[in-house]
Design a protein around this ligand. Structure first.
Ligand code: AMP
Length: 143
């Protein structure tokens, strides 16, 4: 299959440009993290590089170190913020894998013993819940 080019009209590119809102919990020169609006569990956060790539397969390797340093930082913060037993990290590449938004991103999902993940891209969470959860993660990141 021919490679597909990065589409700057994708929804995460719009979020990065500030054209549509998000519940941001972290931002630096290279990386942004915000709440997933259809969380697979409380505190489900997305971490993405600002540099454009569809996914891991076409990413500049130079973006991956800074990205995964923040994935670790956010994983520790969500574990603390939600008193989680563990953290699942997921990253999809191309439609066959389940990818639905074509700007590289990493899912960081707090996990609790005996509680399964909700479906991927399932139900929209209420904005007030996302606001509250984002606040908890920001607090954990700043401590
Ligand atoms: P995937 O591309 O399969 O890794 O999944 C994209 C993820 O983005 C899903 O978990 C969606 O719930 C989430 N999502 C889609 N639109 C938005 C949005 N506007 N803000 C935050 N998360 C989103």
């Amino acid at each position: 299959m021919a490679e597909t080019a990065y589409d700057p009209g994708n929804i995460f590119a719009k979020i990065l440009r500030g054209e549509i809102p998000s519940h941001r919990v972290y931002e630096d020169d290279a990386v942004v993290a915000f709440m997933d609006v259809m969380p697979q569990g409380p505190g489900h956060t997305l971490v993405l590089p600002k540099a454009p790539s569809r996914n891991l397969l076409d990413a500049d390797p130079a973006t991956l170190g800074p990205l995964f340093a923040i994935v670790q930082k956010v994983a520790l913060a969500v574990k603390k913020a939600f008193d989680a037993d563990g953290v699942t990290i997921i990253q999809f590449n191309e439609p066959a894998s389940g990818q639905t938004v074509y700007h590289l991103h990493v899912h960081v999902i707090p996990r609790f013993d005996g509680i399964p993940l909700k479906p991927h891209t399932g139900q929209m969470e209420r904005p007030e819940v996302l606001v509250e959860n984002a606040g908890k993660i920001r607090t954990a990141l700043s401590n």
